[in-house]
Design a protein around this ligand. Structure first.
Ligand SMILES: Cc1cc2nc3c(=O)[nH]c(=O)nc-3n(C[C@H](O)[C@H](O)[C@H](O)COP(=O)(O)O)c2cc1C
Ligand code: SF4
Ligand code: SF4
Length: 278
């Protein structure tokens, strides 16, 4: 069967999910590509994808789930048995049930997953002192994502028509290797932290001496939690702790100091593998 257009649907505050989606899309080699980047509030009310379309849907994992705001913004899109490639991007700890969750959710919108992937992206809480999957997706990851796209294209071309383009059972995707003792160490440290009454900051902190009020954080915040002219304050009730503002700040004025950075950096050092199913 022939697909004439691809819609890349993504939510990606620190750009890793978008990069993975773009690489998969490149691999598909289909000329007409439309990008629906849902990271910023956008006006896509009741958007319906055409029957000849293929969707590539990528989103980050937050706390073992698909980032809630990604799902909330995707709700506005409608499909009509439209084939989709779905991928979740996570920071080298675990994606838990996120891929299944995304599969079920896009099914409710009218998509059918024909391929799935779990990819590694630099953790939002990664920093110079505590790197977590720093620089990922790297060239190798993106080459893998592109080959994934090529494989899906072959799958589509082999199908005689839409009815022969079979869906996938995402539960059957291979999980990445997780060494036992580092995981145990992590769980132990989290338990100790919680028992000691430890909390994590509600928002990133700002060093007022470094801020030049350039407005980059305002522009990149997906929830409007930072106001132009008042960049040193953050609306805690709007902040989803995505760290887009931290990573984009040219002055390094914004930091998100959570003890989880050190814990994750120490316990999940071994790079995990990307996985696909189709
Ligand atoms: C609030 C929050 C929760 C996260 N939870 C997880 C998690 O459960 N497992 C994991 O491996 N990474 C987790 N991460 C890391 C992100 O999944 C990872 O950095 C991802 O690449 C971010 O995607 P983006 O660049 O598209 O924003 C979390 C990040 C944030 C901000
Ligand atoms: S991006 Fe950094 S320097 Fe620019 S306004 Fe925001 S905090 Fe200030
Ligand atoms: S203020 Fe909060 S929601 Fe906005 S970019 Fe920074 S971490 Fe993300």
């Amino acid at each position: 069967m022939t697909i004439t257009e691809v819609h890349l649907i993504t939510f990606s505050p620190t750009h890793t999910s978008r990069k993975v989606g773009e690489a998969i899309t490149r691999g598909l080699g289909i000329k007409d590509v439309f990008i629906e980047d849902l990271t910023q509030p956008c006006d896509i009310h009741n958007k319906e994808l055409p029957a000849n379309a293929l969707a590539v849907i990528t989103a980050p994992v937050y706390g073992g789930h698909v980032a809630p705001l990604a799902l909330q913004r995707m709700k506005e899109i409608r499909a009509n048995h439209t084939p989709a490639i779905i991928a979740v991007v996570y920071g080298n700890r675990a994606y838990e049930h996120a891929l299944q969750e995304l599969d079920t959710f896009i099914g409710s919108l009218g998509f059918q997953a024909i391929a799935g992937g779990t990819f590694i992206g630099e953790h939002s809480y990664s920093n110079k002192n505590h790197p977590i999957a720093e620089g990922r997706p790297d060239e190798e990851d993106l080459a893998y994502a592109e080959i994934f796209g090529q494989k899906v294209r072959t799958k589509i071309e082999k199908a005689a028509d839409r009815d022969h383009l079979y869906g996938i059972d995402v539960k059957r995707i291979q999980r990445p290797h997780q060494p036992f003792f580092p995981l145990l160490r992590f769980l132990h440290r989290v338990t100790k932290f919680r028992k000691s009454g430890g909390t994590i900051p509600r928002t990133p902190q700002v060093d007022e001496r470094l801020c030049t009020h350039c407005g980059a954080c305002v522009k990149h915040c997906p929830t409007g939690a930072i106001t132009k002219g008042n960049e040193c304050n953050t609306h805690a009730e709007r902040c989803i702790r995505c760290c887009a503002c931290v990573k984009i700040c040219p002055q390094k004025a914004r930091t998100f100091d959570t003890p989880f950075s050190a814990m994750l950096s120490d316990c999940f050092q071994r790079p995990k593998e990307n996985r696909i199913i189709l």
